[in-house]
Design a protein. Structure first.
Lengths: 323, 347
């Protein structure tokens, strides 16, 4: 990659990382007010995966997520107006309060929705990718899920079908080693997810990194391979969930994990790591500061608008059940 | 007009829509094998190719999600299951994903997805090849549920289901596959949510679903013959959405109502119908709504036990006699098991 391109790439990645992190920090700041009455499953710690992959997917893409999809939504859409309005359940949100934090949706921007039932969006994404292949519309599809999803039968059914049917799709396993509070060693009768998946007819990529640029690179490679072979790719990236399973607090006192672990991962925090890298590739503090200020303002405006917005009419409950 | 079987009507409806719209495709376990879903998918793979009619792994769960994904991206999938019981493996996708997807997009994304499934019966089908389950699907907002009885309805309702922009669960009965009836030369879509009067009558409203309409018509004929009682037989055809009006008008006229459901009565569609009729026609009812359904047990295998499990025309006749305070007619000369005897396994 030319140095100029790399410089721009890293800036774009940082913008998205910063947008995600700061948006979630604002949620943490206001959640205690109890105006955002929706169960928050926070992305903090995972940002590099959504940002790296979505940037690689490009604009003509569709992504499917889980109940923990703040990072994915923001990385794919760049929108904060609908995002905050939906957190507050307001009329100004695209979904007018129907979805909440767990069911963000922006089909026009390629954010096709989520499932709060672990692994349930995976086969839907496979079908979506199948349709794109049939319709030859060149849209790429990625589906994001945690390591808990691999415990579900439907993950294996979906992987098998996609491999069998030559459906190009990117499976992204965001592995935080926990399903709610249960660690992998209490759930898996095997050692490596990636190794087992590699026995299927697909391309497997794995890493333990918080470097968005590196994940971007892996996702680009994965998509190239899938495009060339029409086979799925499976990207496995380990990360650390900073906060509790649901809620905005730390839970290191709960006993199922230690703060030491967090400290280790926090040394390579994806947002800080990327900020340092920006300076390495030639951006100065002033430029970065200006950029951050712009994003802060965007978030601030969206948050304020959401707080001030009215609720939808009660009749909105009936919107969109059937045509 | 021409004669056509139920299976042929299903087949022709799919052919018609696959011809008309290249986005329509058919898939499921064994849809393209030599048996072709009891003949209903015959000729599809030859005519439209493996791209548009293909067999799948035994993954009902994932392949249902797959259909949803294809539907929201512009295809029009028809997913077929040889038994309704198998569909239970897909219940998570149906109840959690398919039914709520449109809602989860604020009503902006269409979900034109048809799920066909067949109720098995007889020849030892037993307790995992015979369920109806339709009331469970109808319980969930966001799914349409269709139960065709006649060949004309099988064709016309399937055309509408395929054209519909919502998910439609289309439940067929295996015994109806061989029923032959006269239909129009060119099948026209029959709107979902419109019931059908299978027989006009003034004395009692008999609402039946799926196969129980066959039993209802037989019972109505005998009741007319033996007692001079005129029974109105209504087939709701789609149980979600439901044609309330048709039912209320009939009960308003007759003041008597029996529901003969092709399912268990407990928490079933018959309970819903009974509640609705009781709520809305209370002052017109001369007696409480009576319900007829399966014995509240899993379905047994042996034929004589099956006969105790499944209600038939005799049960309907006795219920009507009881309701109208008529003496029990001697039914010894009647043949109530002609279908059971005609049907030979294995499936």
């Amino acid at each position: 990659m030319k140095p100029d391109n790399r410089k721009m790439l890293n800036l774009e990645l940082y913008k998205k990382l910063y947008l995600v992190r700061k948006s979630e920090e604002r949620i943490v700041e206001h959640y205690f007010e109890d105006e955002m009455k929706t169960p928050m499953h926070m992305s903090m710690g995972s940002e590099a995966i959504s940002v790296g992959v979505c940037h690689a997917l490009g604009p003509e893409s569709q992504v499917f997520g889980t109940y923990r999809s703040h990072a994915l939504y923001l990385a794919q859409t760049g929108d904060t107006d609908d995002f905050f309005a939906e957190m507050y359940g307001k009329e100004t949100a695209f979904l007018k309060g129907i979805g909440g934090s767990m069911h963000l949706c922006a089909p026009e921007a390629g954010f096709m929705g989520t499932s709060a039932i672990v692994a349930s969006a995976i086969p839907v994404a496979v079908g979506a990718a199948f349709a794109n292949k049939r319709l030859k519309n060149k849209k790429t599809v990625a589906v994001f899920f945690g390591d808990g999803a691999v415990d579900e039968g439907v993950f294996w059914e979906s992987l098998n079908a996609a491999c069998l049917m030559y459906i190009p799709i990117l499976f992204v396993c965001e592995d935080n080693g926990l399903a709610v509070h249960t660690p992998a060693h209490q759930r898996h009768g095997y050692d490596s997810i990636a190794e087992i998946v590699s026995k299927f007819h697909c391309h497997v990529f794995q890493d333990k990194t918080t470097d968005a640029e590196r994940i971007y690179g892996l996702a680009c490679k994965a998509m190239e391979r899938s495009r060339a072979t029409q086979q799925p790719s499976f990207l496995h990236v380990q990360y650390y969930r900073y906060l509790e399973h649901v809620g905005v607090k730390e839970d290191f006192d709960a006993g199922y994990r230690s703060k030491d672990e967090f400290e280790q991962w926090h040394k390579v925090d994806p947002v800080r790591l990327q900020r340092t890298k920006l300076q390495e590739v030639g951006w100065d503090q002033r430029q970065i500061g200006t950029l951050e200020k712009e994003i802060d303002e965007q978030i601030n405006n969206s948050l304020t608008m959401a707080q001030k917005a009215p609720f939808a009419e009660n009749s909105a409950v009936y919107t969109g059940v059937l045509e | 007009m021409r004669s056509i079987s139920y299976r042929q009507a299903l087949n022709e409806a799919m052919v018609q829509e696959m011809e008309a719209d290249p986005r329509v495709f058919v898939y499921g376990i064994d849809v393209a094998d030599h048996k072709r879903i009891f003949g209903s998918t015959k000729g599809l793979v030859e005519r439209f190719g493996e791209e548009r009619c293909f067999c799948t792994p035994l993954s009902e769960d994932a392949m249902t999600g797959f259909g949803l994904g294809a539907a929201i991206n512009g295809m029009r999938p028809i997913h077929i299951h040889m038994r309704v019981d198998f569909l239970l493996l897909a219940m998570n996708q149906l109840a959690n994903m398919v039914s709520s997807y449109r809602y989860s997009t604020g009503g902006t994304v269409d979900v034109p997805f048809v799920v066909r499934a067949i109720i098995g019966r007889g020849w030892g089908q037993s307790f995992q090849h015979s369920k109806s389950m339709f009331s469970s699907f109808a319980h969930i907002p966001g799914l349409k549920v269709v139960l065709p009885t006649t060949p004309a309805d099988a064709g016309g309702l399937l055309l509408s289901a395929i054209k519909d922009e919502n998910p439609v669960i289309f439940i067929e009965h295996r015994w109806l596959y061989d029923v032959v009836d006269t239909v129009d030369d060119a099948a026209e879509p029959i709107p979902l949510g419109v019931g059908n009067v299978l027989r006009r009558g003034d004395d009692l409203t008999l609402i039946a679903t799926s196969w129980m309409n066959v039993e209802a018509l037989k019972a109505a004929e005998i009741l007319e013959d033996r007692h001079g009682v005129s029974v109105e037989v209504l087939d709701p055809r789609t149980i979600s959405p439901l044609d309330d009006e048709l039912i209320f008008r009939s009960v308003d006229k007759t003041g008597q109502c029996i529901v003969a459901d092709n399912d268990w009565t407990y928490c079933g569609f018959s309970a819903e119908l009974s509640a609705r009729v009781s709520e809305l026609c209370f002052d017109r009812l001369k007696s409480p709504v009576h319900r007829i359904g399966y014995a509240f047990t899993p379905c047994p295998s042996a034929r004589h036990l099956e006969n105790s499990f499944y209600p038939n025309a005799i049960d309907i006749i006795r219920a009507v006699e009881s309701k109208l305070a008529l003496s029990e007619a001697d039914l010894s000369s009647e043949d109530f098991y002609s279908y059971e005897r005609k049907f030979k396994g294995p499936f």
